[in-house]
Design a protein around this ligand. Structure first.
Ligand SMILES: *[C@@H]1O[C@H](CO)[C@@H](O)[C@H](O)[C@H]1NC(C)=O
Ligand SMILES: *[C@@H]1O[C@H](CO)[C@@H](O)[C@H](O)[C@H]1NC(C)=O
Ligand SMILES: *[C@@H]1O[C@H](CO)[C@@H](O)[C@H](O)[C@H]1NC(C)=O
Ligand SMILES: *[C@@H]1O[C@H](CO)[C@@H](O)[C@H](O)[C@H]1NC(C)=O
Ligand SMILES: *[C@@H]1O[C@H](CO)[C@@H](O)[C@H](O)[C@H]1NC(C)=O
Ligand SMILES: *[C@@H]1O[C@H](CO)[C@@H](O)[C@H](O)[C@H]1NC(C)=O
Ligand SMILES: *[C@@H]1O[C@H](CO)[C@@H](O)[C@H](O)[C@H]1NC(C)=O
Ligand SMILES: *[C@@H]1O[C@H](CO)[C@@H](O)[C@H](O)[C@H]1NC(C)=O
Ligand SMILES: *[C@@H]1O[C@H](CO)[C@@H](O)[C@H](O)[C@H]1NC(C)=O
Length: 453
């Protein structure tokens, strides 16, 4: 019988982990439509009319990223709308319309854009000073609010013609669309709000916009229709097993390499394949792996001290097409309420519901590891976390030491199934004393014996 106990207990502990997982899942599926870790996250676009002109107005448009951890990366945002009447854009600073459209009815002065539904993008850094405005010209890249609030906004200025010339005659643009860079955002209708007040730089005078309207856009991963872009693998000091990312987590390896499947890192023509694609292409070109994810996050339970325990986190880039600038990670684990130290990453606690403090945002240190390089030898960043044990909850048992969920750049990472988590050798059986569990144990032992009889 002694020989049979340990496989039986193994089965049993897998079962308990699975049960916990099911309970945990059930608590989240109800709120899939919005992001439970950032419930008020949104992008707000504010139009401030700063002067009236002979045939319209001059407005400063500012895009504020109020999302805690979802930033807008290269190739940047593009903002579209539909004019309510026959407005045109005479000129722009700090941004440009992607198409001029048909301006043939204008003589002499030709507008910058005559399209009924213009699309505006940011200018690139290094544009001549006389075409800039404050907060412009970063190639459409906007930081997230938690990571870098000073760079979480982007502005441009436009002079609108054939428009109303007072707050009674101006018509608000309609149907705002925000691509950042792909789909995923839905924008509400523009709403007139209290005019913005501007403080002069010496703080001794306040001016205000002649008229202001806001547009709020929110993100949904469902709308973005993204396949997962990231997966999680696990390991621990107490068990040699490395739990890999689930197979096909982000896609399956396709047979014919012509259909743009993946790249074998040992292939002799690797360099030419990679260089023919141009930089920071939104389509990932991934290394061939069983999970096919551009990003893998590895969580290693490294050390156990008397009062502390230590985790090593490694993020590996398998994408040859992307240097991830200003990457970030959101990790949920109950011990984040007692995080003692973090090495070589920045950290901020995210507490959408103030009572629960189990979610952290981690990101790179500027000029050190805030750039996650394309796949290859330097395509990874790592850090270690030191947690203080709360003896009433701490355990290495039942996968407790592993994260509950992880986001990379705002997208949910695929976790391995909980029944595959590394177990504590032997120890797992010591804590299973509840009568119900003993009963289940008894029956599974019976089943086991029966199976081998
Ligand atoms: C947008 O985010 C800001 C900042 O978090 C918040 O104050 C505002 O209420 C949000 N707007 C909406 C419509 O959720
Ligand atoms: C328009 O301006 C007038 C005063 O010039 C002001 O009383 C009114 O509230 C303004 N309306 C809007 C919608 O801003
Ligand atoms: C705005 O979008 C709605 C729905 O997508 C569409 O029915 C409407 O015609 C659009 N309005 C304009 C002015 O393009
Ligand atoms: C409009 O947007 C600005 C900037 O995002 C914000 O400060 C202001 O509270 C918003 N107004 C309303 C009524 O949402
Ligand atoms: C290619 O496809 C064949 C048949 O569908 C399959 O047997 C084989 O394992 C595949 N090879 C790879 C590398 O996926
Ligand atoms: C990433 O950065 C390196 C070094 O700056 C550069 O050589 C490489 O082309 C970049 N890769 C992409 C995909 O932009
Ligand atoms: C959450 O925990 C962190 C780190 O222990 C602490 O700095 C922060 O104040 C806590 N926040 C709340 C709302 O308890
Ligand atoms: C862990 O954090 C919680 C809440 O932040 C606190 O009540 C508790 O005392 C802490 N435990 C230890 C061991 O520091
Ligand atoms: C380590 O964990 C795996 C499950 O991921 C299990 O199959 C294996 O038996 C464990 N090893 C030991 C020594 O307990």
């Amino acid at each position: 019988m002694g020989v049979l106990v340990s496989p039986m207990m193994s089965l049993l502990s897998k079962f308990t982990v699975l049960l916990l997982f099911v309970l945990w899942c059930a608590s989240f599926t109800a709120t899939e439509a919005y992001d439970p870790l950032d419930p008020t996250g949104n992008i707000t676009i504010k139009w401030d009319i700063i002067s009236w002109t002979a045939d319209g107005y001059v407005a400063v448009v500012t895009i504020y990223n109020f999302q805690q951890y979802r930033h807008i990366q290269a190739p940047g945002w593009s903002l579209g709308w539909t004019w309510a009447k026959k407005e045109v854009i005479w000129s722009m600073l700090g941004g440009q319309a992607t198409e001029q459209g048909d301006c043939s009815k204008f003589k002499g002065n030709i507008p910058h854009c005559c399209k009924k539904s213009p699309t505006v993008v940011d200018l690139l850094p290094g544009i001549p000073y006389n075409q800039q405005t404050a907060n412009c010209c970063k190639g459409g890249v906007i930081s997230s609010w938690a990571q870098d609030p000073a760079n979480a906004a982007s502005s441009f200025q436009l002079s609108v013609g054939s428009a109303g010339t007072s707050n009674k005659t101006v018509r608000l643009p309609k149907n705002f669309t925000l691509k950042a860079p792909g789909p995923g955002y839905t924008c509400a209708r523009a709403k007139i709000v209290k005019p913005t007040r501007f403080m002069s730089t010496d703080k001794r005078r306040i001016t205000q916009a002649l008229m202001t309207w806001n547009v709020t856009c929110t993100y949904s991963q469902f709308l973005a229709q993204k396949t997962p872009s990231c997966c999680v693998s696990l390991s621990s000091f107490y068990n040699d097993t490395i739990v890999r990312c689930p197979k096909c987590a982000c896609g399956c390896q396709r047979n014919n390499s012509d259909s743009g499947g993946c790249v074998d890192p040992k292939a002799p023509h690797l360099a030419s394949v990679v260089s023919s694609l141009g930089n920071n292409n939104p389509m990932p070109l991934v290394q061939c792996t069983s999970h096919m994810c551009p990003i893998r996050v590895h969580w290693h339970v490294k050390l156990n001290y008397k009062q502390y325990w230590r985790v090593k986190v490694t993020i590996t880039n398998f994408n040859y097409n992307m240097n991830y600038t200003q990457w970030n990670l959101v990790v949920q684990h109950p011990n984040f309420n007692n995080l003692t130290q973090i090495f070589s990453f920045n950290y901020q606690s995210l507490s959408p519901y103030s009572a629960i403090n189990d979610t952290a945002m981690l990101w790179g240190v500027k000029f050190y590891n805030d750039l996650l390089m394309q796949a290859g030898r330097s395509g990874n960043v790592q850090s270690e976390l030191l947690f203080r044990k709360d003896m009433s909850t701490f355990t290495f048992d039942k996968g407790w030491a592993f994260p509950r969920r992880i986001y990379f750049n705002g997208d949910n990472c695929v976790m391995p199934p909980p029944d595959a988590y590394p177990w504590l050798p032997n120890a797992s059986s010591r804590q299973l004393t509840a009568p119900l569990i003993l009963m289940i144990a008894f029956f599974s032992a019976l089943a086991f014996l029966y199976g081998y009889a």
